[in-house]
Design a protein around this ligand. Structure first.
Ligand SMILES: [Ca+2]
Length: 88
């Protein structure tokens, strides 16, 4: 599994065909592509831009402060599961 760290800047990441894990705070206009494999996007409120899960079974876990709010500026493609994760 490859882990990609997100930050509050613009992140442009095109992952490989394995199982990939994206994690970090919202912020910036990101372009995140999971491509092949079963990928997980562990994001926080304020995440904007694009999340494209690609093929495989891909998940978005919304976590952290305000974990129950998806940003209106987030476009989601190719994702099979959306989960709200309360880690508080
Ligand atoms: Ca970012």
């Amino acid at each position: 599994m490859t882990t990609y760290a997100l930050d509050d800047k613009d992140n442009t990441i095109s992952a490989g065909n394995g199982t990939d894990f994206f994690q970090g705070p919202g912020g910036g206009g990101d372009s995140l592509r999971g491509n092949g494999g079963n990928d997980t996007f562990d994001i926080q409120t304020g995440q904007t831009g694009l999340i494209d899960g690609g093929s495989g079974y891909d998940r978005i876990h919304l976590t952290g402060p305000g974990y129950n709010k998806l940003d209106a500026g987030l476009n989601i493609v190719g994702v099979e599961e959306l989960g709200l994760v309360d880690k508080g």
